[in-house]
Structure formats: C-alpha cells, structure tokens
Ligand binder design. Structure first.
Ligand SMILES: Cc1ncc(COP(=O)(O)O)c(C=O)c1O
Length: 511
C-alpha cells in the first residue's frame, strides 16, 4: 500500500454490507471516472510532475514563445471524443501540441503587458487543491475558509490596510474592481439599489478615473449599469498621474448639473507606465466630496512591501476598497486576485443572499453551522476554487521579506534597463521610470514617427517570433513604444543586457 492515509475506517467500508439491489442480475455495471489501473495512473502522475519540474528548471534554455503553426490550430478542430483514449496518449498529445505553444509568461524574459511568472510551490499547491476538488466560499468548520481568511489578513497586514476590513480572494483584479465598485454603488447611491434598480435612481451617478486607468474599470462601470458615459476620464499630467485640478473641475461641473459624484478610482500602478496617482490627495478629495475611494492596485499595490518604496503608494491604505492581484507581482499562478473593503458590513450587504438551500449560521454543528463568515456572502460567485492555498503555501515557504526583496529587485531591474536605454544612441526612453515599467523605442535620426511606429512594432514581433524575449507594445502620446513590465522573479540583469543588444541588432537589420 502507498501513502500516509489510513483506509478502512469509514462506517460504510466493511465488506458484506452492500445494498441487496446491487446483486440483481439485470443492474448495469456501475462506472466511475477514477482510473481502472491506479498503478499505471500513479506512474503517469509521477512522470507528469517530473516533467513539470524539468520544464521549470530548464525554462531559461528555451525560446520564450513560439508561434503555433497552422497544423496545430487545425489539430484542435475535431469533434468531442466519444471513446476513451489511454491516459498516456492524452498526455503525449499535450506535450506535442499544447505545451510548446504557451504564452511563455513563466520564462525569465517575458515582460509583455503585466503578467505573472508562477512559483514551484504554487504549482504543487494547485495540484493539492485539485486533488480534493476543493471548493471554497461556502461552509464553516472547514480549513479552506480559515486559510483564505488568513491570506486576507496577511494581505491587510503587508499592505498596511486595517485589520478589521472585509475581503475576498477573486479570480483577478478585473473581478476585484467589479466587486469593489458594486459595494461603492450600493453603499453610496442613497437608495436601495439591490431592490429598486438603477432605473429608480434619484440622481445620475458618475465615476472618475484617469485617462490611463485600466479597461476593467470601464467594464465594471458598464456591468454595474451606470453606462460608460458616466465614467469621467480625467486627463493626466506629464508624470501620467491623474490631474487633480481637472478632477475637481469635472466634479464641480457634474454637481452643478445635478449629478451624483459617486466614486473616484485611483491607480496604484497603471498598466502603460506604472504611474501611481497621488493617492493621499485623492483620499482628501473623496472625503470632501463624500465620494467612495476605490484604488486599483493590480500590481503596484505590492510596492508597499518593497523595502524603501512603500512611500510610493502612500494613501492607498485610506481607500474604501482596494483591488489588487496576487498573480502578477506576487508571482503566483493564475488565477488569484483580491479585494479588501474597509467596512465589512457594507461589503456583505452588497452581496449576501441566503435562499433556504444555502441557509447557514443556524447553530454550531455541521458544515452549515457558522464559525467564520461564508465568503460567498462577499462576492457574486458561490462556488470558487481554493485560490488561497497557493498563496498560503508559497508565502510560508518563501517568507514575506523575500517577496519584498524580489519586488525591490524588479524595480531596480527596471531602473537598470532604463539606464541601458539612455546610454544607447539607437534607443529612446519614453519617460522616466516611476515603478517597474520601461517604455522605449528604437530610433534613427531623420526617420518620421510613422515609420518608427511601424519599425518598433516589427521589432516587437521579431523579438517574440525569434524567441528572444516578450515585450509588448504601447502607444503613449501618439507614439509606439516597446513595453517592458518587470513582474518576473526569474529575470536577471543580463536578461536586460540581452534585450537591449537584440533590439539594436533587429532594429539595425530591419531599418
Ligand atoms: C492596472 C490594472 N488593473 C486591472 C487589471 C486587470 O487585472 P486581471 O488581468 O487580473 O483581471 C490589470 C491587468 O493587467 C491592470 O494592469
């Protein structure tokens, strides 16, 4: 017998107690999805884990990304399988047709958009969570929820947010923004939004964010029924921060027009440039205007734990709701995001709904007795994966101090890259680096900007297609730049040396 688990102690485990019906001749054989041959499945499991470890250990030796050829695309066009295939064959198909054509974000030279890179312990934790098909959100007297509550407490502690706040782990910052803004709407609308709906709103409500805010803010505004016309995109200053004078003027005009300024969304690290709004001033304006203060800190919130950089996000702790990811700058496997809400009652009131089949809190026994709040009362999802386990296991394994050092390392690597760019006459930095994002382009004197836009787009594609590195491309002030977002715990300084060298090589060849 393998393993550490005692067997045979269930009251229903004893032989000879089968139901009499099961002996009837005409009953069809009963089936299950468990393996017929546990031994060979176990061997396959060992092989898969070994291969996954090898893959991670040798990441650096492989291209970051490779283009899937047309035959791979057509490979995935067949009908649903009706007959079984041997598990080893299914796995081989994964190795041949799926694994090589991943996005590549775990590679040390993946810096496109803003991505995560995953941890080995995170992978193991996901396997463990899957092994019990763990479902989190409902139920009491079970450890999943204790783990999630502890991870939420750790996030509050590390980010300097009040310990008695409410919170929820989510599938990412888009979901966190949506849930946070739903709490804002229901709390500040001044009427019963849940019961009466927005069509009965006494005032049209408006929401404010910077021109550089992430698209998930607009999606949330649309999903919550405000309509994107209600979203005021405030211009940014030279440093890409929300311009406070413009914000005040727009709010003033909206009040004059009889609208209800409901919520200001501050950015702690924008996707394009990593700019952090002046969060303390935004908190002051919110207090004065009686607006909800929501902060989108998808990745930038974590600057708070980097030694020497906490001041960058000062004021974030004053937010009524704070949204961020753990699958970006906490390097954990997708998906895991988080929302914290200062007032847990307001958070709960926005979502709690208890039909009879989900009754809970009646006593202190069984899964529906209550010892910790049901997390399903704090969001729109009932069934959720056990996202918390990978955060809990990895944070314990690595310690928060190391996380702080890694985030500082990424900030310093971004500064290092910016210095390399500034030293190269063929390259131009878009703007000073404010956090962990570097935007730059290849230039040639006398070449028009439209040609440079095209050239830099080609350089991006060549870097990706040749497997060298994955930056993305952004448009800033009308010009295209290579975009390098350093949220990768595997990157080293020489990866950035290589990037610069290759951009200059490819740029020279293409030009
Ligand atoms: C600033 C910002 N907010 C929100 C999001 C959305 O996060 P997610 O992709 O986890 O839904 C992103 C994603 O990059 C982001 O950069």
């Amino acid at each position: 017998m393998h393993g550490v688990f005692p067997v045979g102690n269930s009251p229903h485990d004893h032989p000879g107690r089968g139901h009499p019906m099961s002996t009837q001749k005409e009953a069809p054989p009963e089936e299950t999805l468990d393996p017929e041959d546990w031994e060979s499945m176990r061997a396959l499991g060992h092989r898969i884990l070994d291969d996954a470890m090898d893959y991670l250990e040798t990441l650096r030796d492989r291209p970051v990304w490779q283009h899937a050829p047309p035959e791979i695309k057509s490979h995935f066009e067949g009908p649903a399988p009706s007959d079984p295939e041997p598990p080893g064959k299914v796995y081989q198909e994964y190795l041949d047709t799926i694994l090589p054509y991943q996005v590549g974000n775990s590679h040390p030279r993946f810096w496109g958009w803003v991505a995560g890179s995953g941890t080995v312990m995170g992978m193991l934790a996901e396997t463990l969570a899957a092994s019990t098909d763990a479902v989190s959100g409902a139920f009491s007297y079970q450890s999943n929820n204790y783990v999630e509550m502890q991870v939420l407490d750790w996030c509050k502690e590390l980010l300097g947010y009040p310990r008695d706040a409410g919170g929820l782990l989510t599938s990412g910052c888009s979901a966190s923004n949506l849930i946070g803004m739903a709490v804002a709407r229901n709390t500040r609308a001044g009427f019963d939004v849940r019961g009466r709906g927005l069509r009965n709103a006494p005032h049209q409500m408006t929401i404010y964010c910077s021109d550089e805010a992430h698209s998930s803010i607009q999606k949330a505004v649309e999903l919550l029924g405000f309509g994107s016309d209600a979203l005021r995109r405030v211009p940014v200053s030279e440093s890409m921060q929300m311009d406070l004078k413009s914000l005040k003027a727009i709010i003033g005009k909206d009040r004059e027009d009889g609208l209800l300024p409901l919520c200001i969304v501050g950015g702690a690290g924008t996707t394009n440039t990593g700019a952090i709004d002046d969060l303390n001033s935004l908190a002051d304006i919110c207090a004065k205007e009686r607006c909800w203060f929501h902060v989108d800190g998808a990745f930038g919130a974590w600057a708070a734990i980097a030694p020497g950089y906490r001041h960058l996000v000062a004021g974030m702790e004053r937010a009524d709701s704070l949204a961020f990811d753990l699958h970006k700058w906490m390097y954990l496997q997708y998906p895991i995001g988080c929302l914290l809400v200062r007032n847990p009652d307001q958070h709960r009131q926005a979502f709690s709904l208890t039909p009879a089949y989900l009754a809970h809190g009646e006593g202190d026994r069984g899964l529906t007795g209550i010892d910790v709040p049901w997390l399903a009362d704090y969001g729109f999802e009932l069934s959720r994966g056990f996202h918390a386990l990978k955060a809990w296991m990895t944070l314990k394994e690595q310690g928060a101090a190391k996380y702080g050092r890694l985030i500082r390392q990424n900030i310093r690597q971004a500064q290092y890259l910016a210095a390399l760019v500034e030293a190269a006459p063929e390259l131009e930095l878009a703007l000073p680096v404010s956090l962990n994002i570097v935007n730059f382009r290849y230039i040639r004197p006398g070449t028009p900007n439209s040609r440079l836009d095209h050239l830099n787009k080609q350089i991006e594609c060549e870097l990706q297609e040749q497997g060298v590195a994955v930056p993305s491309i952004v448009t800033l002030r009308g010009r295209k730049y290579l975009h390098v977002a350093v949220t990768n715990h595997r990157s080293r300084r020489d990866d950035f040396d290589l990037l610069v060298q290759e951009v200059i090589r490819i740029g020279g060849e293409l030009a």
